[in-house]
Design a protein around this ligand. Structure first.
Ligand code: NI
Length: 196
């Protein structure tokens, strides 16, 4: 996928099965919920290590490489990945602290407009890589301390769900993990393309 396409794919998920049936607590034993939560948390927390490994040894000019001229550069991908984590961390925190509240993304102008306005193409990545690690650590700390944290939820209102969609913390965490993994793999493909 391209850097600009992933959120339209996510919107398809959110229409129907953002919380898969087999993740509903009524269909799982308590032990199974705990095991899945631990596995999800481990994968979520390992995200920053994977991103830093994918960026290891790259120069400033390497960060401006892309697979083709129409696709995002590594620098743009990093900013997009961390920006997504930044925004959706807020949703997780809102769910944990005020379960059932509305997380309103109806203002979101789309990935390309947002990336352009925020200057993804020219900004250094070090501060956002640090932000990524801080977010994942802080959210993980909250998940471990708040009882039943995985079952808390927000009601997402966004251009693709104007009437609202309930999203549980477990689904939000898994979405962020998958989103990060997807973009780390995209960075690795750019590196391979250029023999880096
Ligand atoms: Ni994305």
């Amino acid at each position: 996928m391209t850097g600009s396409g992933c959120h339209s794919e996510r919107s398809e998920e959110s229409k129907g099965h953002i919380v898969p049936e087999n993740m509903l607590p009524s269909q799982m034993g308590v032990h199974r919920v705990g095991t899945l939560a631990e596995e999800s948390l481990d994968r979520y927390v390992s995200g920053p290590d994977k991103l830093e490994a994918a960026l290891a040894g790259l120069s400033e000019s390497d960060l401006d490489l892309s697979r083709t001229s129409g696709e995002w550069t590594i620098r743009q991908i990093v900013h997009h990945l961390v920006d997504g984590d930044d925004m959706w961390s807020q949703a997780i925190k809102m769910a944990l602290g005020a379960s059932g509240c509305t997380f309103d993304l109806s203002w979101y102008p789309g990935n390309d407009s947002w990336a352009s306005e925020l200057g993804y193409a020219g900004r250094p990545v070090e501060p956002v890589v640090t932000l990524f690690r801080a977010h994942r650590s802080c959210i993980a700390q909250l998940l471990e301390r708040i009882p039943d944290s995985w079952q808390h939820y927000v009601v997402l209102v966004a251009p693709w769900v104007p009437h609202g969609q309930q999203m549980r913390v477990d689904a939000l965490v898994n979405l962020l993990t998958e989103h990060g993994t997807e973009h780390v793999e995209e960075i690795q493909r750019v590196r391979e393309q250029h023999g880096l």
